[in-house]
Design a protein around this ligand. Structure first.
Ligand code: PMM
Length: 390
């Protein structure tokens, strides 16, 4: 008889042990996913439900800590999943089963649909940033002229960007608002030229304005990246739906002028918890407007209405976003919270960015919006190879 410990932070060890024991890959994958650890907290419980919960979790082998009207449950995903079936749980727990079902994350999507086809998410996807603003904080607006923007895009693609995100308005605090016409003038020609030059690279437009999104989509963009999650322009969702665009719904609070500040950085229920709740509303609104869920990517919005500490807490808690059932994109690139940790200025934060992306990858993110492709690409290639063996 031998005993050996298996690592649970990824499905790999359990999967490989079962395959070595003769299981086929499909059953081994399912069992490995089911053995992943999960925990959740229930609050506002009535006494009969609490009593039933104590008895039933014991039967299921779920660890339980309780208080007056709350319970913290932990165990494998498979065990907690059993608690999520209203038709098998005791009647006192039927309401709980539904609630548990909504917070147990489904399997992550394998593809993201955009207007020009589908993006596979089995490998980390790097989204290269092409800011065509005169005031972007990190590249200083060096790529405003068309030929310079194209040369920079060539470099991003050569280094491994799978998507290019073109933005014509900065969210830097205190920036001058950009008119619709000016923003279109900045982004549309770049997108049109890129669509010809890099026909196989999906193009995204980073805007909160429906008119800009419309112009970008007709110039050849296939994704709308809205840092306001469609909050700021009521026409945005229908423009994205009409164009069959992929969409990135990023969490933020406030207007373009205030969203990168701390005016709205209050998260009494926890940063990740509140972001999940707000992104859930954004996803539901987008679906109601006719955008199919397979076109939606969510983004926790690093640096937007979040202090340095909140960005770090969010990075640690990122796995909570999996409950939304949508692919997760992160954009920590060169942001101030990485400066607070490392003491470095924006242009020198690429190593810190790569580290943040690896941590986010380990917590479920699959798309990474960055300025410097090379550093992050290598870091993610290592993280991916460790997890999958190739
Ligand atoms: N950050 C910025 C702009 N657009 N879009 C998404 N989806 N996520 C982000 O984190 C994000 C964004 C601000 O950074 P930049 O000025 O360096 O582009």
């Amino acid at each position: 008889m031998n005993a050996r410990a298996l690592a649970l932070h990824s499905p790999r060890a359990v999967r490989e042990a079962l395959i070595a024991a003769g299981w086929d890959a499909v059953r081994a994958d399912a069992a490995a996913e089911g053995s992943a650890p999960a925990a959740l907290q229930l609050t506002g419980l009535e006494l009969p439900a609490l009593v039933a919960l104590v008895r039933y979790t014991q039967e299921l082998g779920i660890d339980l800590v309780t208080g007056d009207d709350w319970a913290l449950l932990s165990g494998s995903r498979a065990r907690l999943g059993a608690l999520a079936r209203p038709w098998t749980v005791p009647p006192e727990l039927a309401g709980i089963a539904e609630a548990v079902g909504t917070v147990l994350a489904p399997s992550p999507p394998t593809h993201w649909l955009t207007a020009t086809g589908s993006i596979a998410l089995d490998q980390p996807v790097i989204v290269g940033i092409l800011n065509v603003t005169p005031d972007s904080f990190s590249d200083g607006g060096r790529f405003v002229a068309l030929d310079e923007a194209l040369a920079h895009a060539d470099r991003l693609v050569a280094e491994g960007a799978a998507v290019l995100d073109v933005g014509g308005e900065s969210t830097r605090p205190g920036n001058e608002p950009v008119s619709e016409a000016e923003e279109i003038r900045r982004v549309a020609p770049v997108i049109e030229a890129l669509a010809k030059r890099h026909a196989s690279i999906p193009l995204s437009v980073d805007t909160v304005k429906a008119a800009v999104a419309r112009a970008a989509l007709s110039a050849g963009a296939s994704i709308v990246n809205d840092v306001s999650s469609f909050r700021l322009d009521p026409a945005m969702a229908s423009v994205a739906a009409a164009g069959s665009a992929g969409v990135i719904l990023m969490h933020s609070r406030g207007s373009v002028a205030t969203m990168a500040r701390l005016d709205h950085a209050q998260y009494p229920s926890g940063v990740a918890t509140e972001i999940v709740a707000e992104l859930r509303l954004a996803v539901d609104a987008a679906v109601t407007a006719g955008i199919t869920p397979d076109r939606i990517v969510v983004d926790p919005g690093f640096g937007f209405a979040k202090s340095a500490e909140q960005n770090l807490e969010l990075t640690d808690g990122l796995a909570a976003l999996a409950v939304l059932g949508r692919p997760v994109l992160v954009g920590p690139s060169r942001k101030r919270f990485l400066g607070s940790v490392t003491g470095r200025d924006a242009p020198d934060r690429d190593v810190a960015t790569a580290a943040a992306c690896v941590v986010a990858y380990e917590r479920g993110a699959r798309l990474f919006r960055v300025h410097n492709i090379a550093a992050t690409r290598d870091a993610l290639a290592v993280a991916h190879a460790v997890r999958h063996g190739h």
